[in-house]
Design a protein around this ligand. Structure first.
Ligand SMILES: Cc1cc2nc3c(=O)[nH]c(=O)nc-3n(C[C@H](O)[C@H](O)[C@H](O)COP(=O)(O)OP(=O)(O)OC[C@H]3O[C@@H](n4cnc5c(N)ncnc54)[C@H](O)[C@@H]3O)c2cc1C
Length: 435
């Protein structure tokens, strides 16, 4: 059964650039466009910024360095330095993971958005968009204010799930293998992290990481899994929250499509059971965890993969792994090809020999004149995706998307596929971008 609903919806703002989603790609895109002098809106479903970084307790920003060489600059590097100066982040070199405190992340990101003059709509979910030909005219939002519309000349889709591109009817790639699983990450207090069992595998603490996965606990949980006493899991990977004594844990694992509400409901309810089951096993087995407590879990399960735009160019594994340099490169990447198994406890990791490049044409589609996709849902095949998905790259792509939208505005509202990429790259370089 369907019900037809017709209603008049107020247009609450008209902007040069509307950025959808305030995760790593989105909030940087908004700052980027606003610093180009564009009237910019940022719309986010939660009451804070940071996306998976803060709502999912994915604490390291990865993909910023490759063997000590920095591959991300611009607004992202400025933000990381603000967090370091506040004592809320550590840059672990040469691996280049940036550990951070999630509360400071929210605070400093919100300040930068405010200082750039962005109009921020939080607690606002984008449910649809209005299109005319190849243009998006407005996004439809739901909040305590009811249904509203936010109109714009250009839109950046940084929802992670390509929600706007999907609603606007842009083509999406077919996923050739299972989507990478999601994980409900959480914070523990009361853990003795100074022992040999833990100290060398507390990833990203800048104190000489030996191995990211804790093999001892992995093997123990694997045995329990074989006996039917542990749920599906990956890792565990541990991180520090920098300013406090909490240990961030990434260990649960569920395969589900997060763009399907019912699948997400089932997966999150299972993951919550699994989180308690796994912590219970660790408490029993290791004195380090005997007195620990779960103090908080992610607002939602961390989602690794959903939709992928089928853009002007699908970035391929060959291009990625060979370090092919595109003339319209807008971001450089350093994270390994990092694939988490949907069916067992494995993770396949393949390091890059040299930085990989992302071309601007992987952010846009011939099917839209005014929509740019940034972040993990850009047009990349499943292998390249398994590296570009990390935060450092998402943030660099956000900055590029913000500048591109601004240049399109300046250039007589030209289609996003026709943006002068030499000019785009020149702006990124002038801001300290590493491309
Ligand atoms: C378990 C796990 C571990 C990971 N480990 C690492 C790691 O160690 N290092 C690393 O760098 N990366 C890691 N990642 C990857 C990384 O966190 C994400 O890929 C990255 O955050 C993607 O950024 P994004 O901006 O594209 O999307 P997201 O972080 O998903 O942000 C999207 C934003 O849009 C908002 N949004 C979505 N839909 C709507 C809508 N319809 N209306 C309004 N708002 C909306 C969301 O609330 C969110 O704020 C991990 C991911 C997971 C899940």
């Amino acid at each position: 059964m369907t019900i037809k609903i017709e209603k008049n919806v107020p247009v609450v703002g008209e902007y040069d650039v509307v950025v959808c989603g305030g995760g790593p790609a989105g909030w940087i895109a908004a700052v980027s466009a606003a610093r180009c002098g564009k009237k910019t809106a940022l719309i986010e479903r939660y009451g804070f910024l940071g996306g998976t970084a803060t709502s999912g307790y994915v604490l390291p920003i990865s993909g910023v360095h490759l063997r000590g060489e920095r591959v991300v600059g611009g607004i992202t590097w400025e933000f990381i330095n603000k967090m370091i100066d506040a004592g809320a982040a550590i840059a672990e070199l040469p691996h280049g993971h940036i550990s951070f405190d999630p509360e400071y992340y929210k605070l400093i990101a919100a300040r930068m958005v405010r200082e750039a003059g962005v109009t921020l709509y939080t607690n606002t979910f984008i449910s649809d968009c209005l299109t005319e030909g190849k243009r998006v005219n407005a996004v439809i939002t739901e909040s305590k204010n009811g249904t509203e519309a936010v109109a714009g000349k250009y839109f950046v889709d940084a929802t992670g799930d390509a929600d706007i591109a999907f609603r606007a009817g842009l083509p999406m790639q077919k996923v050739e293998r299972g989507l990478q699983p999601m994980s409900l990450c959480f914070l523990l207090d009361g853990v003795d992290a100074t022992t040999d069992l833990l100290k060398n595998c507390i990833h990203h603490d800048g104190k000489g990481q030996k191995r990211s996965v804790n093999d001892v606990i992995h093997n123990y949980l694997s045995e329990k899994y074989e006996e039917g006493k542990a749920p599906q899991f990956g890792g565990p990977w541990f991180n520090v929250t920098v300013t406090g004594n909490a240990l961030a844990v990434n260990v649960t694992r569920a395969a589900a499509d997060a763009t399907d509400r019912d699948a997400m409901t089932a997966a999150e309810s299972q993951l919550r059971e699994d989180m308690f089951a796994i912590v219970g096993l660790m408490k029993e087995a290791y004195p380090e965890f005997k007195n620990c407590n779960i103090v908080s879990s992610g607002i939602n399960a961390g989602v690794r993969e959903t939709r992928h735009l089928e853009g002007v160019h699908i970035l391929t594994a060959d291009e990625y792994l060979s370090g092919y340099y595109f003339p319209d490169t807008v971001a450089k990447c350093s994270h390994p090809i990092d694939i988490h198994s949907t069916s067992d406890q494995k993770q396949v990791c393949r390091s890059l020999k040299q930085p990989a490049s992302v071309p601007y044409r992987s952010l846009v589609s011939e099917s839209s004149e005014n929509l740019i996709v940034a972040g993990r849902s850009i047009s990349a095949d499943m292998t390249a995706f398994a590296s570009i998905r990390v935060q450092g790259t998402a943030m660099a792509l956000g900055e590029a998307a913000g500048v591109a939208a601004s240049l399109a505005c300046d250039n007589g509202d030209c289609p996003v596929t026709k943006v002068d990429t030499d000019e785009l790259r020149a702006v990124l370089l002038s801001r300290g971008g590493v491309i």
